[in-house]
Ligand binder design. Sequence first.
Ligand code: SF4
Length: 390
Amino acid sequence: MSYTGKVLRVNLDTGDVTKEPLNQDWAEKYFGGRGLGVKYLYEELKGGIAPLTPANKLILTTGPFTGTVVPCSGRLTFAAKSPATGTMLDCSIGGRFATQLKFAGYDVLIIEGQAENPACLVINDDKVEIRDATYLWGKGIFETESQLGEELGRESGILSIGPAGEKLVSIACIGSEYYRQAARGGIGAVMGSKKLKAIVCSGSKDVTVPDMPGLLKLVKRLIWEDVLTDTNLGIYTDGSPQIVDMSNSAGVLPTRNFQDGVFEGASKINAESIRRLKPRKKACPACPLGCGNYIRIGDNAVEGPEYETLALVGSNCGVDDIEAIIKFNAECDDVGIDTISVGNVVGFAMEMTERGIKDFGIRFGDIETYLKMPRLIGCQEGMGEELSRG
Ligand code: SF4
């Protein structure tokens, strides 16, 4: 395993930065970033605290093989108490951040308290600074990331929140590399409650493993016997959109707020319709599968849309226009909200309106109003104020 043996702890109330040993016992017993993050959270969080207060913690963990060539090992996990559910949440994100954190010399980053003014945490190996980020507050994730990349280096790992996280929307996400999101459970609102606009990390240290020849032998076997298999071929060629057809033929594709499981427009939002847009393949570090599809249409670019977005933002809202789904997806990524949760909320508002229970002014398949929803919800404007509560 490639543990560095170090935890970085940052307290935004006091500005204290401490480095402490990793609890090796927990790392072995609660194997993987998710297990380790949830264990730290369980042990450190006081019972009964409100999720959007300084008492909550934002815990970022890497995996036991992050920074090595082990397939799919480059993801970063977040743990916190969720403002959406009031219980533990964990979610993960791809991209460079996890490997940069490991290269900087840390397995785990724990963020406590609340900054007085909007802040940006900058980690560069042993140098850790809390900088003022007032000039970035209010900006979308795309602009924030561009600006920080220009100032601190485009090869850094950058995590940031958009207006939704700042406004503590309970379905806000954290974005990275423009099109990747740690999305579930309102993790972006937890970061916003700490007044933490962004975290930037770059590392230059080596990651070591005790038996490199043994690891390489194992990786070779893993790649050919467990990762690049016939079963995974669909993920390799098309990514998760291949699941649209499977779900539709099994009668479980969320359709019009889950009123149905079969969508008549499924063939317009499936893997084949994505293929027609000629996506470029993208992968997390050390992943031979590369399930990501990078698509640009006019001003809108996404990495995806993933199956969950196609299903919740597409069929669940009665929308079979793939370009509209991509636009909606890109808006969510910039404003910083989770496409799965937003698709659920918008589908619910559509059904409420159609049944005459409450008029949200939006109906299934009404693309013009639908495309306004990410900003309205993420910025809590108009009818989006109520819907932003999830
Ligand atoms: S590229 Fe896809 S399969 Fe590979 S680690 Fe990233 S999310 Fe997982």
